[in-house]
Design a protein around this ligand. Structure first.
Ligand code: HEM
Length: 422
């Protein structure tokens, strides 16, 4: 539903604002402030030669996310106008998955994903995350310093998702490289995504021949009747949609706890909890900052702006969430008291909010209970953020802390427990 407007604007600025590169990574909220001056939708450039309209207004974002009549998720008409080697295609280019389909097709893929995620037993998942967290912490605890992104936040979700799907240990690093590469939207993004697909294709062929007790076998046997390629694509979607944002949720929340005065600058003394830190980050620096690619089915008008059929619209979850943040410091009353949009809204909202929160909470609780005097090892202003328009992602999070005595025999790595119930 588009509210009535006095006049319809045509957005044709001389120069769309670049949402990629070091300037954007260093100050995304400054960019969002400038974009809001254009009204609810603003022109942006997300890679060389690739422009989009970015929705920065909360109500316009919600309206767009719910309006399946006016907008499609299928990018193919737009994609035909974009160079095949564009670095944004590994994220935005069409695949037969839930993310790029509408209506019944979407429902079929989404059923398999929802039913698969429902197989995850929360108490087993929590125990497994805690066990892996303790093992990862032991690897650097004796040194008194570590990188909480590289040595912790990036490795923990990888372990969880590759265990869910039964990815063999020798392929796990390739999976995380593939996912990281596609989100960076740099020149090697297509190769990174292709390598990820190669690994998952081999896995699916193996499970088609020899089913096991994992989500790959569950997807293959689901009543949706996915063929091998559809199975490969849903698995790739779940792992990539899950891994990078969960890593970044953990990293951004830890940074928040290390730097926000209310946490007293350390993980130990502050009164705020992991839950509060996560909630703050979901409002202020959501791991998926700008996405929800939608395309008008025909020429139309939306929140006072003329749109062409097939043109790319993105939603800035980060900008919409913080639209009225300057008016109050209480996250509960931002954006007029509504919920934040970090999990999106409408039919394509994240289907994995509960397991993602459980993983992030457990990861942060384990870390804060063990490295309780950890503090940033560099000034916060020197931290680097990964490039790319879609995510809010630290490169590193270096900390120092009192070294712990580590018993190398405690909890041997052992085989992972499978957290699914079928
Ligand atoms: C267990 C970890 C996660 C898994 C398995 C997962 C999976 C997925 C999947 C499959 C979709 C596509 C849904 C559809 O199109 O119908 C999705 C969408 C989405 N997820 Fe998650 N996700 C996870 C964690 C997260 C986290 C930590 C965040 C951020 C806080 C997040 C935010 C989103 C958003 C914003 C979308 C909409 C994507 C878009 O903008 O187009 N997810 N997720």
């Amino acid at each position: 539903m588009t509210p009535p407007v006095a006049s319809v604007r045509s957005v044709q600025p001389p120069q769309p604002l670049a949402l990629y590169g070091p300037d954007f990574a260093a100050d995304p909220h400054g960019h969002y402030r400038r974009l809001r001056a254009h009204g609810p939708l603003a022109p942006v450039r997300i890679a060389a030669g690739i422009d989009a309209l970015l929705v920065t207004d909360y109500q316009a974002a919600v309206d767009l996310l719910r309006d399946t009549h006016t907008f499609t998720k299928d990018p193919r008409a737009w994609q035909a106008t974009v160079p095949a080697d564009s670095p944004v295609l590994p994220v935005l280019g069409y695949r037969p998955t839930a993310l790029f389909s509408d209506g019944d097709v979407h429902a079929r893929y989404r059923d398999a994903i929802n039913d698969g995620l429902a197989m995850i037993e929360p108490h087993i998942l929590r125990a497994e995350v805690a066990r892996v967290a303790r093992r990862l912490i032991r690897e650097f605890a004796a040194s008194g310093s570590g990188d909480l992104v590289e040595q912790y936040a990036r490795r923990l979700p990888l372990h969880v998702f590759t265990t869910w799907f039964g990815v063999p240990p020798e392929d796990r690093e390739r999976v995380v490289e593939g996912i990281g590469g596609m989100f960076n939207s740099a020149d090697d993004a297509a190769a990174a995504y292709a390598d990820l697909v190669t690994v998952v294709t081999r896995l699916v062929a193996d499970r088609r021949a020899r089913p096991r007790r994992d989500l790959t076998s569950y997807f293959l046997g689901h009543p949706a009747g996915l063929d091998d390629d559809e199975t490969v694509r849903q698995i790739t979607l779940v792992m990539s949609a899950g891994h990078d944002p969960t890593t970044n949720l953990i990293g951004n929340a830890l940074l928040h706890m290390l730097t926000d005065a209310r946490y007293a600058g350390s993980l130990q003394r502050g009164a705020m909890t992991a839950h509060e830190a996560i909630n703050e980050v979901l409002w202020q620096d959501p791991p998926l900052a700008n996405l929800a690619a939608h395309y008008p089915r025909q020429d139309t008008e939306f929140h006072g702006v003329r749109l062409r059929a097939g043109q790319l619209l993105l939603v800035s979850y980060a900008a919409a969430n913080t639209q009225s943040a300057s008016a109050t410091s209480d996250p509960g009353v931002r954006s007029g008291g509504s919920a934040h949009l970090a999990w999106s809204a409408g039919p394509h909202r994240c289907p994995a909010k509960q397991p993602a929160l459980l993983i992030a909470m457990t990861a942060i609780e384990q870390l804060t209970s063990q490295l309780c005097d950890a503090e940033l090892a560099v000034p916060a202003g020197e931290l680097m953020w990964r490039p790319g328009p879609f995510h809010r992602a630290l490169v590193h999070l270096p900390v120092r802390f009192t070294p712990l005595e580590v018993n190398p025999d405690a909890e041997p790595a052992g085989p992972s427990e499978v957290s699914i119930s079928h």
